[in-house]
Design a protein around this ligand. Structure first.
Ligand code: PPE
Length: 313
């Protein structure tokens, strides 16, 4: 079952290789022990050609993930940013998802990753709405997971490490096998943390809130984008913890993420959320659409045009 359409090229360890040749050995260290850090970035068509959204911020986080894991990246950020932009050009597709990844490669087995070479790739593929087009329009059905979100004493959630996604996969499979679209994970203190691959926002009486970084979440770049939009809409914003029951009593709930975009949640464990309309979520979705497609001067600083000037180191 392959649903990804092959594109011409993948950037692997410093060069563009044909899609089918971007392969690794089964004894790749990171495959066995989860020692891999990655990013998820989107590129969109604009009237000035393809533009990558918040490229710098994604590579900032990439470098921070590497730092947390004592991973020495063999390429500087300028090289990686240029590789990402060049990849979009090489593949000739404007609307795509980009996946930089660094992992402990083939060389040595055993847990210690410092004995293996670090390999780096950037791949891209066409990825529609993560929780479905219908989900973006009508909202998705969520369930609070029985799996607890990892916390920073176990696996630092602010590092986008492959190992974190074993926890996410358990929550995701539990949700989908129970007939839901997506999970909501609580942290070890019982407060709402995030989705398996998204941050979460709550709207109540016109106030928009999202759990703080200290709740044990990935600091989403889309989360940061949404916070800016909330302020630009003149709405009140709070970074605050909330409980499971505050999910049920929300006026609106939505997920944010690079893959998911802004996706409303219409139901949590059989309780419908608010009126079933998402007036504030809609305003934020609209702003997001305008920003990523380069239709607002205000957010133009977030775009890097593939055919524009190249980033330096
Ligand atoms: N929390 C988690 C756990 C997470 O994986 C993501 C992104 C976010 C929050 C939102 O972060 P940001 O994209 O910077 O706004 N999840 C990525 C991977 C999803 C996947 O299945 O792969 C993504 O959206 O790219």
């Amino acid at each position: 079952m392959v649903s990804i359409r092959a594109l011409p090229k993948i950037w692997l360890n410093g060069r563009f290789v044909p899609w089918d040749e971007a392969k690794i050995h089964v004894l790749t260290h990171g495959l066995h022990y989860g020692y891999a850090i990655f990013e998820g970035i989107r590129c969109h068509g604009t009237s000035s050609g393809p533009a990558v959204f918040r490229l710098r911020d994604h590579f900032d986080r990439f470098q921070n993930s590497a730092k947390i894991y004592r991973m020495r990246l063999p390429y500087d950020r300028g090289t990686l940013e240029r590789a990402t932009l060049d990849l979009v050009r090489e593949n000739g597709v404007s609307d795509a998802y980009l996946r930089p990844i660094a992992y402990s490669g083939y060389g040595e087995m055993g847990i210690d990753p410092t004995k293996s070479p670090i390999e780096v790739a950037v791949a891209m593929w066409e990825w529609g709405a993560y929780l479905g087009e219908e989900g973006v329009r009508r909202g998705v059905r969520a369930t609070v997971s029985s799996w607890v979100r990892i916390d920073s004493r176990m696996l630092p959630p602010q590092a986008k490490c492959a190992a974190n996604y074993a926890n996410s996969a358990l929550a995701k499979m539990e949700a989908t096998s129970g007939g839901y679209d997506e999970a909501i994970l609580l942290n070890a203190a019982g407060m709402v943390a995030e989705g398996p691959g998204e941050n979460i926002f709550r709207v109540k009486n016109g106030v928009v809130s999202t759990p703080p970084a200290s709740s044990g979440i990935l600091r989403g770049i889309s989360r940061d984008t949404v916070i800016r939009f909330v302020k630009d809409e003149g709405l009140e914003f709070q970074r605050t913890d909330f409980t499971r029951e505050e999910l049920f009593t929300a006026d609106e709930l939505f997920y944010s993420g690079t893959a998911a975009g802004i996706t409303p949640i219409r139901e949590v464990d059989g309780r419908s959320i608010g009126s079933g309309e998402y007036p504030i979520t809609r305003r934020l979705q609209e702003r997001y659409d305008v920003a990523i497609h380069g239709r607002s001067e205000r957010y133009s600083g977030w775009l890097t045009y593939v055919d524009g000037p190249r980033p330096r180191a």
